[in-house]
Ligand binder design. Structure first.
Ligand code: FE2
Length: 288
């Protein structure tokens, strides 16, 4: 992809450990080596830990910024199966589609973030965007036009969990800014299903705690995580103390704005931009 690195953007990269992750020099050998490492992990496991991405001396500032908006999170608790589908009594009780667990989502919307803060500056930084696109082997990625969903914080309070599930989005880019004192681990099972085959027996083993394929990703503060959750079942277990994660949303096409119903569910409100986008989408004759 084309890298256009005006020196102006380097200012907002001050928080990145450029010695370790030289995203400002995408033509360098060092960059190519690091990129190969991330791509290999994504291809093999659907998950890559971009370790120590944020410099040590900026980690506290990220925690302060994210921790500052965390009290504005909207929480919703529901009982989910891994597929977010309604119960199907025609199946046996042990079937993965009938296995429900408590799931709590807490999200802070992007408009709560300080406008020129660390999170939004990193999110909009062209070198950072190019790096993420390179990791995912995409020609380009674009920031959202959605006023609420571009960068969000996921807040997990003590005792809350994200139950086993698959993601509907193809990938997720996140940064751990606060870690529970204990627990709160991210667990995942690479390639548990594939297109056309849900592999229910293997999923059932995971849900029963009898699978030997479950992996734990031990994230440290300042680590980025790039994760493809469409085929890898995953969860975040309960922890002692709060867990904060900044999530950076990018799309393959410019102009992305989330749908009204989903935005209401996540943030409990919408903006005029969502209402206008919904009206435009309805006019294209498609069902969703
Ligand atoms: Fe997920």
């Amino acid at each position: 992809m084309k890298h256009d690195h005006a020196t102006a953007v380097l200012g907002t990269l001050a928080c990145v450990d450029l010695d370790r992750w030289p995203i400002h020099e995408p033509e360098s050998d060092a960059y190519a080596r690091k990129l190969a490492q991330v791509r290999a992990a994504l291809n093999e496991e659907g998950c890559s830990r971009v370790d120590g991405f944020i410099r040590q001396d900026y980690r506290e500032a990220f925690d302060a910024e994210v921790g500052g908006v965390a009290p504005q999170a909207h929480f919703s608790t529901s009982s989910i199966n891994p597929y977010f589908t309604p119960d199907d009594p025609s199946l046996p009780e042990s079937h993965p589609r009938r296995r429900y667990s408590e799931n709590t989502n807490g999200f802070v919307a992007m408009d709560r973030f300080p406008e020129n803060g660390l999170c939004l500056s990193l999110y909009r930084n062209p070198a950072f965007q190019c790096f993420i696109a390179d990791c995912l082997e995409e020609d380009a990625l674009f920031t959202f036009d959605d006023p609420l969903a571009g960068v969000v914080v996921n807040v997990m309070k003590e005792g809350q969990q994200l139950a086993w599930h698959y993601d509907t989005n193809e990938f997720i880019v996140s940064l751990l800014t606060r870690k529970p004192q204990e627990g709160g681990a991210f667990e995942y099972v690479p390639d548990l299903r594939r297109p056309g085959d849900e592999c229910y027996e293997d999923v059932e083993k995971v849900l029963d705690g009898k699978s030997d394929r479950v992996r734990q990703l031990s994230l440290e503060l300042g680590d980025l995580q790039i994760f493809k959750g469409r085929f890898a079942l995953h969860r975040v277990v309960k922890g002692k103390g709060e867990r904060h994660t900044a999530i950076f949303g990018y799309a393959k096409e410019p102009g992305f704005i989330g749908r009204v119903q989903r935005t209401m569910k996540v943030h409990n409100r919408v903006t005029q931009a969502h209402i206008d986008a919904e009206a435009r989408a309805r006019n294209d004759g498609l069902a969703d």
